[in-house]
Design a binder for this molecule. Structure first.
Ligand SMILES: Nc1nc2c(c(=O)[nH]1)N=C([C@H](O)[C@@H](O)CO)CN2
Length: 145
């Protein structure tokens, strides 16, 4: 089958205040995060109907991501990015997600530091988009103890 279109809904520079970081002092404060998200999704229906209920609403995504960042309170940006991408695939009809999360105040000598991930929708929407490494991590932490 030939694909004749490729559409995205994007969010640039979403500002979220959340607990994030590996150090003890970071667990006691909130820090700003700057988040960019690109969701590959078919916009044909919304383009014809002009009805937001047919669209993947960037407003709803912004509200969800803001809430999830505050809830997750991740240590690593990698963990936060993986969790958010899994949640986005579980809730929204999209084929591919590119997500970058920057910490603009983490390193004084840098404008921002962060991670960017690209993930494709799992074959079944019941599966997480990221490989489940929970057992590997638990086993290796048990070995270290
Ligand atoms: N690849 C990463 N490196 C680092 C992270 C991170 O989340 N991913 N986090 C930290 C600290 O929390 C740092 O932001 C404190 O300044 C260090 N490196």
């Amino acid at each position: 089958m030939f694909h004749t279109q490729s559409d995205v809904v994007f969010i640039k520079g979403l500002k979220v205040e959340a607990v994030i970081g590996v150090f003890d002092w970071e667990r006691a404060i909130t820090q700003p995060l700057l988040i960019d998200i690109t969701l590959e999704t078919d916009i044909s229906r919304a383009a014809v109907s002009d009805d937001v209920s047919d669209a993947l609403s960037y407003k709803e995504v912004c509200d969800d991501v803001n809430e999830w960042c505050k809830e997750i309170q991740a240590k690593l940006l990698e963990h936060l990015a993986g969790q958010i991408s899994d949640k986005l695939f579980a809730k929204y009809d999209c084929q591919k997600i590119t997500l970058s999360i920057a910490k603009p105040t983490a390193i004084a000598q840098a404008d921002a530091v962060g991670v960017q991930i690209t993930r494709y929708a799992p074959a079944s929407t019941n599966e997480p988009a990221t490989k489940d490494v929970t057992k590997e991590v638990n086993d290796s932490q048990a070995d270290d103890a």
